[in-house]
Ligand binder design. Structure first.
Ligand SMILES: Cc1ncc(COP(=O)(O)O)c(C=O)c1O
Length: 402
């Protein structure tokens, strides 16, 4: 139709059709205006993932102290936490300070404490935040004990247990456990309990391995707590968790709380472990095709490691996904494509089966599923949160720094 020659009535009809189109495709118009790369959150999937974990853990009648380390967003927090008193785990004091400022009251900082950070911890506690910290050595216990004495305060402490030789913590059978606990107890520092994280579960790939990791995680803190109680040292709480084990526990008798963090988004590592489907990954990086290398049959995209991260968590799994799997803009996986190379601002997409890359034109938008959601999210300032069901688009900012 020649728009410039139509009569008044026709132009009126045309405007009506046009405005209806805008209303129907509000999200598409909003997304089209965003420069790539950006983080895309599929909100309905994000909510389904949260519901799944809540039902699993609450079904065991145990509290879920969801880890904030993955989401790190105050706008997103109300979807993870029912109210401001809900139990929360944080990985930085920056997260704790932001949450406390927003009224959240019940926080565990679950990274071993560096003594010079104790004044920030004390400051949060003195403003009414129920904040506890983590340690696994006599020197940390002594530092906390003398800081509390010098400052006339109490900082509740979790003793970290090593359940799988993965990273940190005291072996549950070690004599160090009682020595650390005694330093705290005699120093009048409140021992909240024993805490472990089965980071080794990231190497699992079968339900049997997952169940074994989940049982070892659980049994390690139950044993550690019983040793403290036998020695006359109070140990009221037992805290365990990682996303793979949290979705695999058969029984949680003896456990008071579970921590998990990556489950709201899931990622390719979790899919490789077998605790989610690729279709359940709620986070992706939207990118634009910026080139085609005919000689190599490569596509170049504007998402390099600054947008995807350098995480190669799937490299040791049965399916190595490179720096991420490729989806079309609607989120459908294009089977044989993956990001094989990542420079700072360039990604290189290759195919495992000779897919004709020239069919994906420069300017096309694609979505890349991340290996590790925490690492990929950590490269961005905010999330574009999309709910296609209700045609809504929100921007959630991320908390940066330490
Ligand atoms: C101490 C601690 N607890 C819980 C978690 C949550 O594990 P996931 O990210 O597998 O959910 C982590 C993750 O790094 C952690 O370090």
């Amino acid at each position: 139709m020649d728009v410039f020659n139509c009569d008044l009535m026709h132009s009126h009809v045309l405007i009506e059709v046009f405005t209806t189109e805008i209303a129907v495709h509000k999200i598409d118009i909003a997304l089209a205006q965003l420069d790539t790369p950006f983080l895309y959150v599929d909100k309905p999937q994000f909510l389904r993932n949260i519901r799944r974990m809540k039902e699993k853990i609450e079904g065991h009648k145990v509290e879920l102290r969801t880890h904030f380390k993955t989401l790190k967003s105050l706008e997103g927090a109300p979807y993870l936490y029912q109210d401001k008193a809900s139990p929360i785990t944080v990985s930085t004091l920056k997260e704790a300070e932001a949450l406390a400022e927003d009224g959240y009251k019940n926080l565990t900082y679950a990274v071993g404490i560096a003594p010079q950070k104790l004044p920030r911890v004390k400051s949060l506690i003195s403003k009414g935040t129920n904040l506890s910290i983590l340690l696994d050595s006599m020197s940390q216990a002594a530092a906390v004990s003398s800081f509390c004495k010098d400052n006339n305060c109490d900082i509740p402490v979790w003793i970290e247990i090593d359940c799988d030789n993965h990273r940190a913590g005291i072996k549950p059978e070690s004599s160090d456990l009682l020595e650390v606990a005694n330093i705290l107890y005699k120093g009048d520092v409140t021992i909240r309990g024993v805490l472990t994280h089965a980071g080794g579960s990231y190497a699992c790939s079968t339900p049997d391995q997952l169940l074994k990791a989940a049982n070892e995680e659980k049994n390690s803190v139950i044993f550690a707590a019983s040793r403290l109680k036998d020695a006359g040292i109070p140990c009221p709480y037992t805290s365990i968790g990682s996303t793979p084990t949290a979705l695999s526990y058969a029984d949680l008798t003896g456990i008071t709380e579970v921590r998990a963090g990556v489950f709201p988004f899931f990622d390719l590592v979790m899919a490789g472990i077998g605790v989610c489907e690729i279709s359940e990954i709620a986070l992706s990086v939207v990118t634009t095709v910026i080139g085609y290398n005919a000689e190599k049959n490569w596509l170049l995209i504007d998402a390099g490691w600054m947008a995807l991260s350098r995480d190669r968590g799937t490299s040791s799994q049965q399916r190595d996904c490179g720096y991420g799997l490729v989806c079309d803009f609607d989120g459908h996986v294009i089977d044989s494509l993956y990001v094989d190379g990542a420079n700072q601002e360039h990604g290189i997409i290759v195919s495992t089966d000779g897919y004709d890359m020239s069919s994906i034109k420069v300017g096309t938008k694609l979505r890349i599923l991340p290996n590790h959601a925490c690492a990929t999210a950590g490269m961005h300032l905010n999330y574009q949160v999309i709910d296609k069901d209700s045609d809504s688009h929100e921007v959630w900012n991320r908390i940066l720094g330490w």
